[in-house]
Write a protein that binds this ligand. Structure first.
Ligand code: ZN
Length: 278
C-alpha cells in the first residue's frame, strides 16, 4: 500500500533540500545538529488481551491490566518526548478485541508502526526478563509455547494453513517490513537490557496472529514474566511500568530518527517515491 501523503511530503522535502542543506551546514558550524523527525508518524499501541481474555496470570495481577496500564503510560511518554508522533491505542478500556481487528485498526489508519504489548508466563516460574518478537514462521519449541499463549484459541500460523493469495500477501508484507521490524525490536532489546531488572532475554521471530497482517513494521513486546515473583513486582509497580514506557519511548525515538535520516538521504535520489513504510 503506498502512502500518498508521505510521497507528497517526501517530494516537497526533495524540493527544499538545497535550502535545508544550507541551514544544516550553518547549524553544524556551531554545534552538533539535532536530527529532526520528519512528518508525523502514527504509532499504534496494542495492549494485548482484554475483557474475558485475561492473558497470563501473576499471583496478584492479570496480564491484560498490566498491558493496558503500560500502554496508557507509553502513549503519554511518546506524546511528551516525541511531539512529532501521533499515537493510537487499539483499546483504551478492559474490552475484548479479536486479534485480526487489532492490526486492522493500524492498517485502516495507515499507521507507521504497530507495537503489541504483552506479559509472558512460563511453567516453572523461574524464568524472567523481557523478550521482543517479530513476525516469522519459525517453529522452535520455545516459540510455539509463547505463540500458543498469545494466539489464544486462534490457530497457529503455518504456510500449510494459508491460501496462495494469503501467502503472496504475507510474503510481500514480510519483504517490506521485516528488516525495519527487526531494527526496532533490537532497539527495544538494547533499552530493556539497560533498565529491566530481569534483563532482555532475546529477540526472536514467531508466528503471532496479531502481527502477521500488519502492513507496517511491527513488534510484539513481552515486558516480563508475570508469573515470576520478581518480574511481577516490577510489572505492577508504578516505577516499573514507567521504566518500561520510557525505555520503549526512547527506542521509538531512536528508530524514528534513524528512519528520518534515511528518508532525508533517499530524497536526494532521483527515484524518490516512498515514505516511512516503504
Ligand atoms: Zn499476552
Amino acid at each position: 500500500m503506498i502512502n500518498y501523503d508521505w510521497c507528497a511530503k517526501a517530494f516537497r522535502l526533495h524540493l527544499m533540500l538545497p535550502f535545508l542543506g544550507g541551514l544544516s551546514f550553518v547549524a553544524t558550524s556551531f554545534n552538533e545538529p539535532k536530527v529532526r523527525i520528519i512528518g508525523h508518524p502514527l504509532i499504534v499501541i496494542d495492549p494485548g488481551h482484554g475483557g474475558h481474555d485475561h492473558g497470563a496470570r501473576g499471583s496478584s495481577s492479570l496480564e491484560k491490566e498490566v498491558n493496558l496500564n503500560v500502554a496508557l503510560r507509553l502513549r503519554d511518554q511518546i506524546l511528551l518526548q516525541i511531539p512529532e508522533a501521533r499515537v493510537m491505542l487499539t483499546r483504551e478500556s478492559d474490552a475484548f478485541l479479536p486479534l485480526p481487528e487489532r492490526t486492522a485498526i493500524a492498517n485502516t489508519h495507515n499507521a507507521d508502526l504497530f507495537i503489541s504489548l504483552h506479559c509472558n508466563s512460563n511453567r516453572n516460574g523461574q524464568v524472567r526478563g523481557a523478550e521482543t518478537y517479530i513476525m516469522g514462521l519459525h517453529k522452535s519449541g520455545q516459540n510455539l509455547e509463547v505463540t500458543a499463549m498469545e494466539n489464544g484459541n486462534q490457530e497457529d500460523i503455518g504456510l500449510d494453513q494459508l491460501s496462495m493469495e494469503e501467502i503472496i500477501i504475507f510474503n510481500q508484507l514480510q519483504d517490506q517490513n521485516l528488516a525495519k521490524s527487526r531494527e526496532l525490536a533490537m532497539l527495544f532489546h538494547d533499552q530493556f537490557s539497560a533498565v529491566h531488572p530481569g534483563g532482555s532475554r532475546t529477540t526472536r521471530q514467531a508466528g503471532f496472529r496479531v502481527l502477521w497482517q500488519a502492513a507496517m513494521p511491527s513488534v510484539l513486546v513481552e515486558m516480563g514474566y508475570i508469573n515470576n515473583p520478581s518480574d511481577e513486582s516490577f510489572l505492577i509497580s508504578d516505577e516499573g511500568k514507567d521504566k518500561i514506557a520510557k525505555s520503549l519511548t526512547q527506542s521509538l525515538q531512536d528508530y524514528l530518527i534513524l528512519r528520518s535520516r534515511e528518508l532525508a538521504t533517499a530524497s536526494i535520489q532521483p527515484d524518490i517515491s516512498s515514505g516511512w513504510r516503504q
